[in-house]
Write a protein that binds this ligand. Sequence first.
Ligand code: SAM
Length: 294
Amino acid sequence: THFGFETVTEAEKRERVAGVFTNVAESYDHMNDMMSFGWHRVWKDHFVSSLNPGFSPLTSGPDPRAPQHILDIAGGTGDIAFRMLHTAHAVNGNPDVRVTISDINPAMLSVGKQRSRTLPASQQAALSFVEANAEDLTKTKPLGMSLSPTTPTSSPVTNSTTATSGIPDNSVDLYTVAFGIRNFSNIPAALREAYRVLKPGGVFACLEFSKADKYPILNALYKEWSFRAIPLIGQLVAGDRDSYQYLVESIERFPSQEEFRDMIVDAGFVVSGANGGYEDLTGGVAAIHKGMKP
Ligand code: SAM
C-alpha cells in the first residue's frame, strides 16, 4: 500500500500524518530502537551535546548562563527536550533554561507528558507542552485544551482566551526539530515560522534522516532495510504496516543535505561550518543542519 502523497493537498497530508502518529504514539519509542538499532539515541545525544544548551550563550550577552528558552518543535514523546533539560540543568548547572515541547499531535504529547513524570522535579517545572502546527506558531494551545471548543459544556476557564496565545516574534533562543520536519506539508512555511519566533542570534537546529548516497554499499543496505524490514516490523510489532510504510516513504521524499541547506538559507538563516551548514551522521543516514538568525 502506498499513500500517493504526490497527488494530495496539504490539508490531506496533514490529516494522514496525524493519523500515522496517533496510531504509532504508544509503540513509537520501542519501534525507534528496533528500527534504527538504537542509533537514534546516539544521533540525539550528539545533536544535543553539539548544541550544549545552558552553556554557550546562544544569544549575544555577557552571561553564558543566561536564561534560555528552547522550543522543541515536533517534540513528540520528549526525547530531545528531556536531553536538553538534562544537559542544561544537570551538566551545565543552568536551571534557567526552559523547554517548550510543541507538537501537532496530542497523542504523542500525552505519551511525552507521562514519560516526563520520571524527570527531577526542577526539570519538570521547566517543561511545558503545547499543541501547535509548526507551519503556524501564532496559534498554540496547552496540551489538553481545545483550540475551538465544540462542547458547550466546557467551562469558561478552559476555553479559547488562554488557549490560543501563540509563540511571539523574537522570543526563542534555540529552535530544535528532530525527525519531524519531513512530515510537514509546507516546509518553507515552517522555516519562516522558525525565523519569526527566534531572537536575533538565535539558532535553528534540525536532526533528520537524510541521504547516504555518498556510500553506495551502506546506502544499498540501508534502502533494503528501510523498504523491506521496517514496514514488516511495523506490521508484526505495532500491527500497523501502513504507518511505517509512510515513514519510510517520507524519508525517501525528503530533500538532500544541500537542497535542505539551501531552503534554510532561503528562509533568511546564516549557515556556516566546514561542510557548508550541515553535518552527516552515520554516512548521511541522518544529518544535522543549523542556521543562525542574523
Ligand atoms: N522529535 C521526536 C523524536 O525525535 O523522537 C518525535 C519525532 S516523530 C518521528 C515526528 C513528530 O512530528 C510527530 O510527533 C508528529 O506528530 C509531529 N508532526 C508532524 N507534522 C507536524 C506539524 N505540521 N507540526 C508539528 N508537529 C508535527
